[in-house]
Design a binder for this molecule. Structure first.
Ligand SMILES: Cc1ncc(COP(=O)(O)O)c(C=O)c1O
Length: 482
């Protein structure tokens, strides 16, 4: 590909994407095609011969774009993937062009400096001081994993990274934690059974009495408490655990406190409902995902740590030498010795460009709009006797359910799944379902700067219509294309 072809193709792609964003609301949110058809689209052997740019682009227009889930569509309110902000999209283009490898200073000096500044912006937002540090990650799953390893190593006084796990340990988190915590407890060598899944109260916050009981029971049985994981914005309802209380318990027991703010960290930018006074800065480590509620395109998560030397102690292969290096003014900062990953994409560019272009103020306004939309849906559901909300939404995540007294729990679960499938097939919205305290719910979460209040009204009207239709008939089973 010569310079002219790159330029021509690049201009065409920019035009194509501009049109895509302009027209996004006219598209179906989810494609009307079954997985077999979609898989068949790309069923061909490894190409041996080159194709013209026209033909490659043509294939994308025919096969990729029409079968996407258009997460930037204002009706996408499902699993937490935001409408990507346009300058973040451009950032990813630049990022690939210069291909800086921020794992090592020698493969990206200015990129490493920018990444360190973005990490500093995030640690400042969370209320940490200058001793804090962190790594950008592929997402919250990886950030939670790294955080639990940091906790394991700190609590075992830096033995576990050399000797592995010898004693029996336990980790504590609420039933509303994200599944990444279960995986992380497995990956740090404790096994998933070492996770104590604690009940929540009516607001879906972890019950402190249950935490105390679980710790006491473990101690009695010779099991050592390692880490508490608090949630700052649960995936289902945006509940925020009592971080201050968790800190007190963790201090008393000599435990690490990790707080998962992968989704809820966005509330730190909110103007109307700021959550900067909830004690997040008391955590030893924090997960926060710019690719969730800072509207950055995938992928960019972050693990932040109150004392950045813990990163070096946990991952550095020569801790004393590296610890000295941290103190030097003109150090060549090597992310690969202060973190888990080696080769790494320059993820901070899109976060940096987003904050520069929109400012925290604009992003905070988008967040407030999404929270307002969830609160509006809550009001609509409260006013309709056939619906019930799980809790008043503190953030943008809201769960509501259809109450049909004729249905048992299994039937109600089928109804919610069937209605969600019909919503998907209608093409205007995408929502998911979930289970809370043994009941089925619609799970709705606008993390989307294109969503407007009227979309919540249209969605609720559709849910009313579909729930009544499915509830009043022997359902013709409709299944999702998954
Ligand atoms: C609270 C919470 N933690 C962690 C994750 C995992 O994040 P990711 O999908 O970026 O790996 C999610 C995903 O929705 C989440 O809601």
């Amino acid at each position: 590909m010569d310079g002219k072809e790159f330029r021509d193709l690049g201009h065409r792609i920019v035009d194509l994407l501009s049109n895509y964003f302009d027209d996004i609301e006219t598209k179906r949110v989810f494609p009307a095609a079954d997985p077999r058809t979609v898989n068949q689209l790309f069923a061909e052997p490894l190409p041996q011969e080159p194709s013209s740019p026209d033909s490659v682009l043509g294939e994308l227009e025919d096969k990729l774009f029409p079968y996407c889930t258009h997460v930037g569509h204002p009706g996408y309110m499902g699993l937490i993937t935001p409408s990507p902000n346009p300058i973040g999209v451009i950032a990813d283009f630049i990022c690939s062009a210069i291909n800086q490898n921020v794992g090592a200073y020698s493969i990206g000096p200015s990129a490493v400096a920018m990444e360190r500044r973005v990490v500093r912006w995030l640690t400042d937002l969370c209320g940490y001081d200058e001793k804090a540090g962190g790594n950008l990650t592929s997402g919250g799953m990886m950030a939670n994993f790294i955080a639990l390893k940091l906790g394991r190593d700190a609590v075992t006084r830096d033995q576990a990274q050399y000797d592995g796990i010898r004693d029996r340990w336990a980790v504590y988190a609420s039933e509303e934690r994200h599944v990444s915590i279960d995986k992380a407890v497995d990956c740090i060598g404790l096994g998933r059974n070492a996770l104590r899944r604690l009940p929540t109260d009516t607001n879906f916050q972890v019950r402190l009495d249950a935490l105390e009981e679980a710790i006491a029971r473990d101690r009695k049985g010779g099991i050592r408490p390692m880490c508490i994981v608090g949630v700052f914005g649960t995936t289902n309802t945006g509940a925020v655990d009592d971080v201050r209380a968790l800190r007190r318990i963790a201090d008393r027991e000599g435990m690490w406190l990790h707080v998962d703010a992968a989704y809820g960290g966005g509330m730190l930018l909110s103007h109307e409902w700021p959550m900067r006074d909830r004690g997040l800065e008391l955590a030893d480590s924090i997960t926060i995902d710019p690719h969730k509620w800072f509207y950055a395109p995938l992928d960019v998560g972050a693990v932040l740590v109150k004392d950045q030397r813990r990163l070096t102690a946990s991952f550095g292969m020569k801790p004393s030498y590296l610890t000295d290096e941290l103190d030097q003014d003109h150090e060549r900062y090597q992310y690969y010795v202060h973190g888990f990953e080696q080769s790494r994409r320059f993820r901070s560019l899109k976060v940096w460009m987003s904050f520069k272009r929109y400012g925290a103020r604009q992003i905070g306004e988008w967040i407030d709009n999404n929270v307002r939309q969830a609160k509006h849906l809550y009001t609509l559901a409260i006013k309709d006797a056939e619906f019930e909300p799980a809790s008043a939404p503190p953030m943008s995540a809201i769960c509501i359910r259809y109450k049909d007294p004729r249905l048992g729990e299994a039937e109600s679960k089928n109804l919610h799944a069937e209605v969600a499938a019909r919503v998907e097939q209608g093409g205007r919205f995408w929502i998911s379902t979930t289970e809370l305290k043994g009941k089925a719910w619609f799970r709705i979460n606008p993390v989307n700067f294109r969503t407007r209040q009227e979309h919540m009204e249209q969605l609720f009207a559709l849910l009313q219509q579909e729930c009544r239709a499915v509830g009043n008939k022997t359902p013709t089973r409709v299944t999702r294309n998954s």
